[in-house]
Design a protein around this ligand. Structure first.
Ligand code: ATR
Length: 271
């Protein structure tokens, strides 16, 4: 925990429940690395109190911004005064900057963190054919970020086919250069450069992989959005088939820096 003085800038993470959050420690490592005089504290806010909490934060002149997590990401979209990037298209905000005049500017960085994590490992989604499992909140953010990063094709596979079709249609409308389609069955799993899981399958012991794994091969990258466990059934199967495995943790690490930047905490640090 850094020393707190009258010069320290304040940041927060809003969640309900709050006890599980690990972000303060991780963000304080970022602040320490860059010599930033800031603290990020957990703020336990229930949905009914979200608007009132936000209005209070607007009035706090040494407050730089906050991270929004479960269950606040969709509601935060409407409560912000402005949003950047694909947040409106994704339908959620997970990081908010407080401007000096109290205006709140949101962004959705889940998907960008995933893409930066891939890039950090030397994997460039530009031109790639991607098979993405899932069409929920995390998958939507990742789908838009992959299209923004120049993926040539995106096939969304989801248990509820209508959600896959809807997500693919929204991505295709925003990024005509990305051939996007949605379905319930994965089809030719071997025909993709990157295979990614953004469903919740793999979080619980005994979960099956979200996709058929028999055709995975050494020419593919298989990536996870799940961080815990480190090796999901999908990654274990991918490894066994010789594919390059990309775990979920880099997504969080990259996102923390992106969040610090969005909140203005690193404004003095070159990107
Ligand atoms: P998150 O915010 O983590 O993305 P979410 O929006 O609830 O959470 O999305 C969960 C995703 O995991 C969805 O794609 C969901 O599929 P449905 O849209 O059909 O619900 C997928 N998922 C969750 N449990 C699943 C299961 N048992 N089998 C297949 N897909 C599952």
């Amino acid at each position: 925990m850094p020393d707190v003085t009258g010069h320290t800038r304040l940041f927060g993470i809003l969640a309900d429940p709050i006890h599980h959050v690990k972000t303060p420690q991780v963000m304080h490592e970022v602040f320490a690395r860059h010599g930033i005089d800031g603290v990020l504290v957990p703020m336990h806010v229930a949905p009914a109190g979200l608007r009132a909490a936000l209005d209070g934060l607007r009035a706090m002149r040494n407050f730089g911004g906050f991270i929004a997590t479960v269950p606040h990401k969709p509601a935060m979209l409407d409560l912000c005064d402005a949003v950047e990037g694909d947040a409106a298209r994704i339908g959620a905000v997970n990081c908010v900057r407080r401007e000096p005049d109290g205006r709140m500017v949101g962004a959705m960085l889940d998907g960008i963190g995933f893409v930066e994590g891939l890039r950090g490992a030397g994997i460039d989604p530009a031109g790639a054919r991607v098979l993405l499992a899932g069409a929920g909140g995390a998958a939507s953010a990742i789908a838009f970020a992959l299209a923004e990063a120049g993926a040539a094709g995106l096939t969304v596979v989801n248990r509820t086919e209508a959600k896959a079709a809807d997500l693919a249609a929204r991505v295709a409308a925003a990024y005509p250069g990305c051939a996007a389609e949605g379905r319930a069955e994965a089809g030719d799993v071997a025909g993709y450069d990157i295979v990614a899981n953004a469903t919740s399958l793999g979080l619980r012991p005994g979960d099956p992989p979200p996709l058929p794994v028999a055709e995975l091969h050494a020419g593919q990258v298989v990536a996870e959005a799940i961080m815990d466990p480190e090796e999901t059934p999908l990654l274990a199967a991918a490894r066994a088939h010789g594919a390059r495995v990309h775990p979920g943790l880099p997504m969080l690490r990259c996102q923390i820096e992106l969040m610090a930047r969005h909140m203005g905490a690193l404004s003095a640090v070159p990107a």
